[in-house]
Design a protein around this ligand. Structure first.
Ligand SMILES: [Zn+2]
Length: 414
């Protein structure tokens, strides 16, 4: 698909940051094809899409092919998904010399893969380093990749690496993942590495330096996965607005990865954005599914003679794929309707200018009826069916996140 059939997308793209789009009072009944046309005319941005360790290095992880990945070029085109933050994610491991070295190496491998992707498929996709780039690349009719980092562990207490990651294209950094690191406390601990409930009581001194440097460079600070205290302190430390790149609503499902109302309101008050995540486990409680999932992982690990399931080695095996399909039949995932319930709740308490969309595809995110990038239109359909205006839907899909990014860029120029 090229975008030339949707000239409005270009108009939207050029006006996105100002968030002034088509007129808003169109609650008339739309036909199915009108909805498709409207969806295609939007600029859609998903703020969290993971990539596997061997992205671009194996044909099965080459996004120009029809892959089993939830996001590849064809799925993006089919689903009218224009822009994604591709994530340089590194799991939290032991913080010793070998651990830091391995984490840095793993991060570099993912940065390299994304640059390889851009170089090899320059006709189809380009990396955006600025909000201006996003608009330009969309106007050129290409898909947009933006780089986000998940977990500051690979910084290894070296502040210069913030600059290094920025130069490699990182435009947000999620301070932490599951397990405390040298920057701040996580919302989830890793007892195998000696984690207590708290290590720093929020943000460490090194963490403050990291946040300040990110502000100076124009890199968004991402608090998804951080502890509540960490989020509160980041709101004080950061001089620029912040984001939660993939988080849920705690008052709708009590999970440590979800944000409570006060934090959601505080992020909005600081002119930031909460990108609600399409991760079933943060939307719908299903203890039976959790148990069945645990047993599936144990079975796959056993099949590969491992003591423990390891996403790195087991996630893309045929046994896991088959088992996961069955799991989804036995215990259905949360639906787009339930996901939009969280979005609407967040809008109610944070305001329409502070809510956005993230899938966490290829990192565990998936809904019953938003299984991969090709089904992205379903989100727009549900928003329309609930009477959200076209202007508001554009804000939710990309306008809000791009506005925050633009504010962060402006702050860095000061
Ligand atoms: Zn995550």
């Amino acid at each position: 698909m090229t975008f030339r059939f949707y000239p409005i997308k270009i108009a939207l793209a050029t006006s996105l940051v100002l968030a002034t789009v088509v007129s808003s009072a169109e609650q008339v009944k739309m036909t199915s094809s009108e909805i498709t046309d409207f969806h295609q005319s939007l600029v859609t941005l998903d703020s969290h899409v993971d990539i596997p360790r061997d992205y671009m290095r194996l044909p099965v992880f080459d996004p120009s092919n029809n892959t089993s990945l939830k996001v590849d070029f064809n799925k993006m085109k089919k689903g009218g998904l224009d822009a994604v933050f591709h994530i340089v994610y590194v799991a939290q491991k032991k913080r010793d010399k070998a651990g830091y070295a391995a984490a840095y190496k793993a991060a570099m491998k993912k940065f390299e893969a994304l640059h390889m992707m851009e170089k090899q498929y320059a006709e189809q996709i380009a990396i955006a380093y600025s909000t201006k780039d996003v608009k330009r690349i969309i106007a050129e009719g290409k898909l947009v990749s933006i780089i986000g980092v998940e977990n500051g562990f690979p910084l290894a207490k070296d502040i210069n690496r913030v600059d290094e990651f920025y130069k490699l294209g990182a435009r947000y950094l999620g301070l932490t993942h599951t397990g405390h690191n040298d920057i701040c406390d996580s919302s989830g601990t890793k007892p195998e590495y000696g984690d207590k409930l708290e290590e720093h009581g929020g943000v460490s001194e090194f963490g403050k330096d990291v946040i300040n440097r990110m502000n100076q460079l124009g890199m968004m600070v991402d608090v998804s996965h951080a502890s509540d205290k960490c989020v509160k302190q980041v709101l004080q430390i950061s001089k620029a607005p912040i984001i939660a790149s993939h988080s849920g609503v705690q008052s709708m499902l009590n999970h440590s990865r979800n944000l409570n109302d006060n934090l959601i309101k505080a992020i909005a008050k600081k002119k930031g954005v909460i990108q609600l995540v399409a991760y079933s486990g943060f939307i719908k409680s299903d203890p039976k599914r959790n148990l069945a999932y645990k047993s599936l992982k144990a079975k796959v690990a056993e099949r590969y003679k491992s003591t423990k399931f390891d996403y790195k080695h087991h996630e893309y095996t045929p046994e896991y794929a088959r088992g996961f399909m069955q799991l989804n039949l036995d215990y259905p995932l949360a639906t787009v309707k339930q996901y939009i319930d969280q979005i609407e709740y967040a809008i109610k308490i944070a305001g329409i200018d502070h809510v956005g969309i993230s899938s966490d595809f290829d990192g565990g995110g998936e809904l019953f009826d938003w299984k991969d990038g090709s089904e992205t239109e379903n989100v727009t359909r549900e928003l329309l069916s609930r009477g959200h205006s076209k202007t508001d839907i554009q804000k939710i899909w990309a306008g809000n996140l791009l506005r925050v990014w633009s504010d962060v860029e402006q702050f860095a120029k000061k």
